[in-house]
Design a protein around this ligand. Structure first.
Ligand SMILES: O=C(O)C(=O)Cc1ccccc1
Length: 321
């Protein structure tokens, strides 16, 4: 088992949570530009983003949200705290889990389970029902959980992706142990580029926004910036800023691209009232579903209104048709 993927001659590298066989690797496999490049296996989100910041890698693939647990807080917090990072693409991976153990182990032998914390929470119904008194050791990834079974005997079993048996000589004690058969994890490709991916009509814009202090209705005011421009939000999560109790920032995904007039206008509204706005990027949606909006929020309507205003200012008749 080696973590780095050939060819040796490639100059650009992409960082991902390894070792090989993780869901994160499956997400990176969906990126055409990453094919034939070096894939650098790292142990956590911080290390992946540090590779990008230092220029060691051109981009990093990181998990940002899953359909069971919501946002991945380590990722949201890292994107809030590390400046000048941009999301350039999103990728979906269906996640299923198996319980694996060293050959010869039976379910009755399992007292301690090694699992990535996000995977562990997604399997807790099965684990509580079938191993009610088990202990848990956290792992850096789903594959690292399985690999640890050969490094020490602290755990008797591990939660891992189904493909793990292609890489390691392990027995599968139980299949499909996830709480939800349709669980999906959303990954984002993060880079330092300032070039925004072109608008496709099926795009998403990600932001992190802080609210003005001590202002009644500040969250409502934030939401209004989008609703009054016909922009749907597909994610709104709060995360502690960390400097004092009760201070939160908001992680937002809005439908559309920053080059869509309604999205640009919403961002201007947000920027006017928020003390801190981080633009994380506009990028094509993984599901390629075109954004639907009411015709009165079409680009032409914003452009016509702006032209009308310019005309009024420059002395043209002020009646609008
Ligand atoms: O990429 C992996 O395999 C990981 O270990 C991270 C993870 C954990 C749980 C669901 C999706 C990704």
């Amino acid at each position: 088992m080696s973590d780095a993927v050939e060819p040796a001659a490639a100059t650009e590298s992409y960082s991902y949570l390894g070792p090989r066989g993780t869901f994160t690797e499956a997400a990176l496999a969906q990126v055409p530009d990453a094919r034939g490049k070096v894939w650098r296996s790292v142990n956590n989100v911080g290390e992946a983003l540090d590779d990008v910041v230092s220029g060691r890698s051109v981009a990093a693939m990181i998990a940002i949200e899953n359909s069971i647990e919501g946002g991945v807080s380590a990722t949201q917090d890292a994107l809030a705290n590390i400046p000048n990072l941009r999301i350039v693409g999103e990728y979906l991976v269906k996640v299923q889990f198996v319980l694996v153990a060293r050959p010869g182990t039976t379910l009755g032998d399992v007292k301690v389970v090694n699992a990535h914390p996000v995977a562990y929470t997604q399997c807790h119904h099965w684990l509580d029902a079938n191993l009610p008194s088990h202990g848990h050791i956290p792992a850096t990834s789903n594959v690292a959980a399985a690999a640890s079974l050969f490094e020490n005997e602290l755990a008797d079993a591990a939660v891992a992706p189904p493909g793990i048996v292609d890489h390691y000589d392990l027995d599968v004690l139980a299949e499909n142990i996830g709480d939800n058969d349709n669980a999906v994890t959303r990954f984002v490709l993060v880079s330092k580029t300032t070039t925004i991916p072109p608008r496709t009509g099926a795009d998403k814009t990600s932001l992190i926004v802080e609210l003005p202090d001590d202002r009644a209705g500040a969250l409502l005011e934030l939401l209004e910036q989008f609703s009054t421009r016909g922009v749907n939000m597909s994610l709104l999560e709060s995360r502690p800023i960390g400097d004092a109790l009760g201070r939160y920032r908001f992680v937002i995904d809005a439908d559309g691209h920053i080059l869509d007039e309604r999205v640009a206008d919403s961002l201007l509204g947000v920027r006017r009232f928020s003390p801190k706005v981080i633009f994380l990027g506009s990028y094509p949606r993984a599901d390629k579903a075109p954004i639907e909006y009411i015709p009165r929020y079409d680009d032409d309507v914003f452009i016509e209104a702006r032209d009308w205003l310019r005309g009024v200012i420059s002395g043209e008749p002020s009646t609008s048709s």
